[in-house]
Design a binder for this molecule. Structure first.
Ligand code: SF4
Length: 180
């Protein structure tokens, strides 16, 4: 990657718990150091509403569980030159994919009827259609780098971004593992 200008970085999330993004924020004061070399252009962590046409590095958290997730992943990939799949949900499906073991109707019943005392009912308004099965990101778009971990530690994210910023291809296995 060119070192003559700041690298543009975007993040987004699909079906996850935001924990991977929180881990990213746990980079803490090193975010300031990162900001010297990297420009955040789109993220749920910042206030930009428009996704730029071209983004150097994109980071996606979460699994593909719904039509909405699928649309997001396809659009994000289109805009990102280099895509990172961040966290076990993104890499394997992890927690969201646990519903793959049950019929979708049973999952809905469990979540919205059996465990609910007040007005148990299946939501139908403004709810994206769920996909079966839940899938990891690389099964719907090309991924350039996988960072496993639930969540990957702040140090891991920092090390890997530092390598990328320095123009080197990092080896995530040096810093993290599944469930780390
Ligand atoms: S990998 Fe873990 S921390 Fe990250 S979104 Fe999934 S459950 Fe949350």
């Amino acid at each position: 990657m060119s070192e003559s200008r700041k690298i543009t970085l975007a993040t987004s999330w699909l079906d996850g718990c935001s924990g991977c993004h929180m881990s990213f924020l746990d980079i803490d004061e090193r975010l300031i150091e990162l900001a010297d070399k990297v420009e955040f252009v789109y993220s749920p962590l910042v206030d930009y509403k428009q996704m730029p046409e071209s983004i150097d590095v994109g980071i996606l958290e979460g699994a593909v569980s719904s039509e909405d997730d699928l649309d997001k992943a396809l659009k994000f990939r289109k805009h990102c030159k280099f895509l990172i799949s961040l966290g076990d949900c993104a890499v394997t499906g992890n927690v969201p994919a646990m519903r793959n073991f049950f019929p979708l109707d049973a999952v809905f019943d469990r979540a919205f009827k059996e465990n609910v005392q007040l007005q148990p009912q299946r939501p139908t308004v403004n709810v994206p259609k769920l996909l079966v099965p839940v899938r990891p990101i690389h099964s719907v778009v090309k991924v350039d780098l996988f960072i496993p971990g639930c969540p990957p530690s702040a140090n891991t994210i920092w090390q890997i971004l530092s390598e990328l910023v320095a123009g080197r291809m990092p080896n995530p296995a040096q810093f993290t593992r599944f469930g780390a």
